[in-house]
Design a protein around this ligand. Structure first.
Ligand SMILES: [Fe+2]
Length: 401
């Protein structure tokens, strides 16, 4: 399949072209004829939260997303409400329980706010489910059609880490706003004058945190079940300091649109950030979603103005001569990055700019990354050590290390 045939309907609607996507998310050519489980791209990240009405508003007002569809009691869904939001090619579905007996409320009681479903667009749901079953995956939903006046969507679902699932969606015969059962809906929210049209255009990767010793099992799951391949980035000691240690490997689908870094905690003197996640999410789950932007400076300025909180980057990170030597020339002076706390990483293919928000909900679990790629297909592994060590140097100066 040529890349031209693989633009998703979402990307076409968002007026994204291939060159833009290659830069934004590192899209590559690949031949899907031998792929046992062809994946076109992301369909949606489905969230379960404690208050979908307000989370949707937060993503609309602070993150510049657009409300496009809704389901709830008024549309015949008495179990829960669901708000469908878009930003460029990114689709979020925000769900919250309405009926006190809703199973979504049980999910929320256990995990807090989080991602319940990483839905993927596939050209052939039945082929994927059949292959997944044949290699031992848990099929949660057999392939079936959902139909309304806008056409038919074929869906099926398999289980992945923790209570997370992958719904597989073929919407090639459907032109409704999301799925049957949803109605088109817009928000009355008025964007601030001068605000960027969009703060992010595409989803770059979703990171999964899995239990100690289970990372390789999940890498193998994505290889065997979904035909994903290991990306070059392979992290061992790169993300280890005395304080916080983790192991990470990255798998991607054929065209690299869908990338899943998988983390497991590693033994260190102190509790790692992965251990903390596993404790507060009460099991494995999606840790962060990386949102691709073509202007991370404007995006960060807009988000900060809306009160979005980011992880602090110490000044020593930018003043480190090693970092300056490592990153070389980037599109703006380092001072502009420092002002905003934006991190830089460079590899043999190019560089990337990135920044991480603080956790989005009440528990120290799921958060966002903003990423602007300039050729680099990596995930900023150079930054983890540099950032953590910079923090430790600061601690040492204060006599706290
Ligand atoms: Fe990331």
């Amino acid at each position: 399949m040529s890349l031209h045939d693989t633009l998703t309907s979402e990307e076409q609607l968002a007026e994204l072209d291939l060159d833009t996507l290659k830069q934004l998310v590192g899209l590559v050519e690949y031949d899907d004829r031998e792929d046992p489980f062809p994946v076109t791209g992301w369909d949606a990240a489905v969230w379960v939260v404690g208050n979908a009405t307000q989370t949707a508003h937060f993503f609309i007002s602070a993150f510049g997303m657009e409300l496009v569809a809704y389901a709830g009691p008024e549309t015949g869904n008495r179990d829960h409400v669901a708000f469908v939001l878009k930003s460029g090619a990114v689709r979020f579905v925000i769900k919250g329980g309405v009926d006190p007996r809703s199973t979504l409320l049980d999910h929320h009681r256990k995990h807090g706010d989080g991602i319940v479903d990483i839905a993927l667009e596939v050209p052939d749901v039945d082929k994927c489910i059949e292959h997944a079953r044949s290699v031992g995956a848990t099929v949660l939903e057999e392939p079936h059609d959902l139909t309304d006046e806008h056409g038919t969507v074929r869906v099926g679902a398999i289980a992945t880490y923790g209570d997370t699932r992958h719904t597989l969606v073929d919407r090639s015969r459907y032109d409704g706003p999301y799925l049957p059962g949803y109605v088109a809906r817009t928000s009355s929210f008025q964007r601030r004058e001068g605000a960027p049209k969009r703060l992010f255009q595409a989803l770059d990767h979703i990171v999964g945190n899995v239990e100690l010793g289970k990372m390789d099992d999940w890498v193998e799951f994505y290889r065997k079940v979904m035909g994903f391949t290991n990306m070059a980035e392979f992290i061992g000691d790169d993300i280890a300091t005395d304080y916080s240690a983790l192991m990470s490997k990255v798998v991607a689908n054929g065209n690299h649109r869908v990338k899943f870094p998988l983390n497991e905690p590693a033994v260190a003197k102190k509790k790692s950030q992965i251990d903390e996640y596993l404790e507060f999410y009460d099991g494995p789950g999606a840790q962060h979603l990386a949102l691709a932007t073509n202007d991370i400076l404007a995006t960060v300025d807009a988000l900060r103005a809306e009160g979005v909180a980011f992880l602090d980057t110490p000044d020593s990170y930018y003043e480190d001569p090693e970092l300056r030597a490592r990153i070389g020339e980037v599109r703006v002076p380092v001072e502009e990055l420092q002002k905003r706390g934006i991190l830089v990483d460079r590899d043999e293919d190019g560089y990337l700019l990135q920044i991480f928000t603080k956790p989005l909900g009440d528990r120290p679990t799921v958060f966002f990354e903003l990423i602007e790629r300039h050729g680099s297909l990596g995930f900023g592994k150079g930054n983890f050590k540099a950032l953590f060590e910079a923090i430790e140097r600061e601690q040492e100066r204060r006599g706290n290390f």
